[in-house]
Design a protein around this ligand. Structure first.
Ligand code: ZN
Length: 188
């Protein structure tokens, strides 16, 4: 297994819809193993294939909830049904979201409280998870990646503007930039 470089916003693969996975072969298995290692090293609670430069509709996730239940796995060719997002302003703390493709930044974003994930696992078996709270947020965030959408694209005023400024300050937003978990410390 290997840690993979993570693409930074501006890399075209992050900004277009990903292609369905046709066959779960050795290549996909190796990709998923490497993505899990990369997510842990980053560290993050989710990682989508486009973030490691691969045009494929799959993401991995690993999150332990308030009741100490660990949710982790891979979602291949997922579908996501979401409840209507709540109205009003996002909470600066409770709704604070980040992304490994916009490393070191966080901005508040309202997300739906509930999301039903339907996907296939590595054995080609269909599964369903009725997620709430932060897990529902993770699924929405990762599913967005497969549609070519980053959370910063969804930010409301004035956070969207602040995110654009932060991206410009880092000289991101163009193709060809990535960072290496475990080597680059972009939080510093
Ligand atoms: Zn992300």
């Amino acid at each position: 297994m290997a840690v993979l470089p993570i693409c930074i916003t501006g890399e075209p693969v992050l900004h277009r819809p990903a292609s369905p996975v046709e066959t779960i072969d050795e290549g996909i298995r190796a990709l998923v193993a490497n993505m899990i290692e990369t997510m842990h090293e980053a560290p993050g609670v989710g990682l989508a294939a486009p973030q490691v430069g691969v045009d494929a509709r799959l993401f991995v996730y690993d999150w332990t909830d308030e009741d100490d239940v660990r949710w982790h796995g891979v979602a291949i060719n997922p579908e996501l049904l979401v409840s209507p997002p709540p109205l009003g302003e996002p909470d600066d703390d409770l709704d604070s979201e980040g992304c490994l493709s916009v490393p070191g930044e966080r901005f508040p974003l309202r997300r739906s409280e509930r999301a039903l994930l339907r996907a296939t696992d590595l054995d080609g078996k269909a599964f369903e998870i009725d997620a709430q709270g932060w897990l529902a947020r993770i699924f929405q965030h990762e599913f967005d990646h497969l549609e070519g959408v980053l959370y910063v694209d969804r930010l409301a005023h004035p956070h969207g503007k602040a995110a654009l400024k932060a991206i410009r300050r880092q000289s991101w937003g163009g193709p060809g930039q990535s960072w290496m978990p475990g080597i680059d410390d972009l939080d510093a």
